[in-house]
Design a protein around this ligand. Sequence first.
Ligand code: PGA
Length: 264
Amino acid sequence: MNRRAHTTPTIIANWKMYLRTEGVVTRISALRKFLSTVERKAHIILCPSFPALAEAHRTIGKSLIRLGAQDLFWDDAGPYTGEVSALQLRDCGVHDVIIGHSERRQLLGETDTMVAKKVICATAHGLSPILCVGETAEQRRLGKHNQVVADQLITALRGLPPPGKGKFITVAYEPIWAIGTGKPADPVIAMHMLDHIFQVLLEVYDHPVVERQMRILYGGSTDRHNVTEYVGPGLFSGALVGGASLEVPGFVAMIKNVIQQYHR
Ligand code: PGA
């Protein structure tokens, strides 16, 4: 296989429903301080809950840190109680959006078809999608993991034109059995899935697009100690980080460890 490593890694904090606005602002202020010297060496995307987005945007200010959301709805306006549109996210300064996280698929019944509509809508409005895919422990036990992930990818991306110039589509492989457990996937298993995802993406897009404009990240119990087993030249292009992104010193150490991998 021929997979060219991206030279700038992507580290995404998924703050889930853990933080209120004050907690978001405090963390962003601290991250700005600690990351000011390295922020050109990594794409850092922070994804707080919807109510904190506008304040998060103000706090990010002129820093290169990017603001992401954790979900969106697929229509621009209408009778959709509780939902949030791409336009509303853009108003809050959002650039990136997590779509199809397994917690939404499992707890809220989000299907591959819904995920596909969200990916198309996000892209149409200039938001960069972070598409989450991954199998359950049971699906892996039954040997269905490759098929499950292929189905998730193909359903979500089939109707989506290749990203425009300078734009990216991010895919995060997050084995459900590794999320929030403190037990990440064995790096060898994760690398097999990385190769598989790359091959599946080639069924949808041309090789140069997959190589240059798609980033494949790993997520699931990464931390400062293990992240370099997953992210680096020839490995995944970054990490989607839950628990370990909540404490600033650990998250900063994680980002710096990843950057070192690229500048050895
Ligand atoms: P985790 O979460 O790092 O806490 O396992 C990752 C995620 O859910 O995106």
